[in-house]
Design a protein around this ligand. Structure first.
Ligand code: MG
Length: 158
């Protein structure tokens, strides 16, 4: 059996009046995340981790922020496209482990819905997609509630 690992990191700033979408789930919040698409940092980190694992270029190359079709786009649809590339190459997902660094919002009540949505896009059991969060104890840009950082590691096998 062949196995590959991939890692992805993404950062997005907060903006008033934007939706707050993380892990494919909209979280009630006075401020959302700024970006060309829906700015779903968790899903973007997962996409970059998968792209790394299958030896493709990064998310910005595949889905450029100059593409008008991607304005406010659902990042889970991008994830579906990337996973289709992997599946076409006979890869299956061993697991994906995601971490969100955020002072706000608290995502715990939404983690199960995120696991459902992301695992559905990946065609796997929700138990293969784990999502956790931590604050930075108020340190740095995350602690000042200026933005969030998401990190993802994936293992694929065939
Ligand atoms: Mg991004």
């Amino acid at each position: 059996m062949e196995i590959r690992i991939g890692q992805g990191i993404d950062i997005h700033p907060f903006r008033e009046g934007r939706r707050c979408v993380l892990g494919g789930v909209e979280i009630p919040s006075s401020r959302g995340l700024l970006g060309h698409s829906d700015a779903d940092a968790l899903t973007h980190a997962l996409i970059d981790a998968l792209l790394g694992a299958i030896g493709e270029r990064d998310i910005g190359t595949l889905f450029p922020d100059t593409d008008p079709a991607l304005k406010d786009a659902d990042s889970v649809e991008m994830l579906r496209k990337v996973w289709a590339l992997a599946a076409a190459d006979r890869w299956s997902l061993a697991n994906a482990d995601l971490t969100l660094l955020a002072q706000v919002p608290r995502i715990k009540p939404h983690v199960q819905a995120m696991q459902q949505r992301l695992s559905e896009a990946l065609g796997c059991d929700p138990s293969r997609v784990t999502i956790k969060a931590t604050t930075t104890e108020r340190l740095g840009f995350i602690g000042r509630e200026e933005g969030v950082l998401a990190s993802a590691v994936v293992l694929i096998q065939r």
